[in-house]
Design a protein around this ligand. Structure first.
Ligand code: FES
Length: 132
């Protein structure tokens, strides 16, 4: 049996990365959803928001440039669901479906932070979207 070399592994991973569009990623969204111990909201709501996020990223043609991850818990555990947008360094609270649609339209498409939902924003000198 042939042993896998590091080059083989890198080729395999490179193919997986290509199939996922990883080299084209510009933003990565982490949503606290389906937590094993839901502390910042109910599990059902977080899963509805997660499904909506997946659907809207497709409909808005934001893939593969926007990558998404369902995070079990983002350790904030208050006023969820919590959504982190990287590399923008913006964290949002109370991300209902309505709030998420606003974040998609204003932050992701128009490049303006939704100030009333953001509880962490980048330092003033950082090259990221302006608060609306
Ligand atoms: S359960 Fe949502 S951040 Fe921890």
């Amino acid at each position: 049996m042939a042993t896998e070399t590091n080059a083989d592994r890198n080729r395999q991973l490179g193919a997986i990365a290509e199939s996922l569009g990883i080299p084209q990623i510009e933003r990565h969204l982490f949503l606290c959803a389906d937590a094993s111990v839901p502390k910042c909201g109910d599990r059902e709501t977080s899963l509805e928001v997660w499904e909506y996020l997946k659907q809207r990223l497709k409909e808005l043609n934001l893939q593969p440039q926007v990558f998404r991850t369902k995070a079990n818990c983002l350790r904030v555990c208050t006023a969820g669901p919590i959504l982190a947008v990287y590399p923008d360094r913006v964290w949002y609270h109370s991300v209902t479906i309505e709030a998420l649609e606003r974040i998609l339209q204003e932050h992701l498409l128009a490049n303006r932070i939704v100030a009333e939902l953001a509880f962490v924003t980048p330092p003033p000198c950082a090259p990221t979207p302006e608060p609306s």
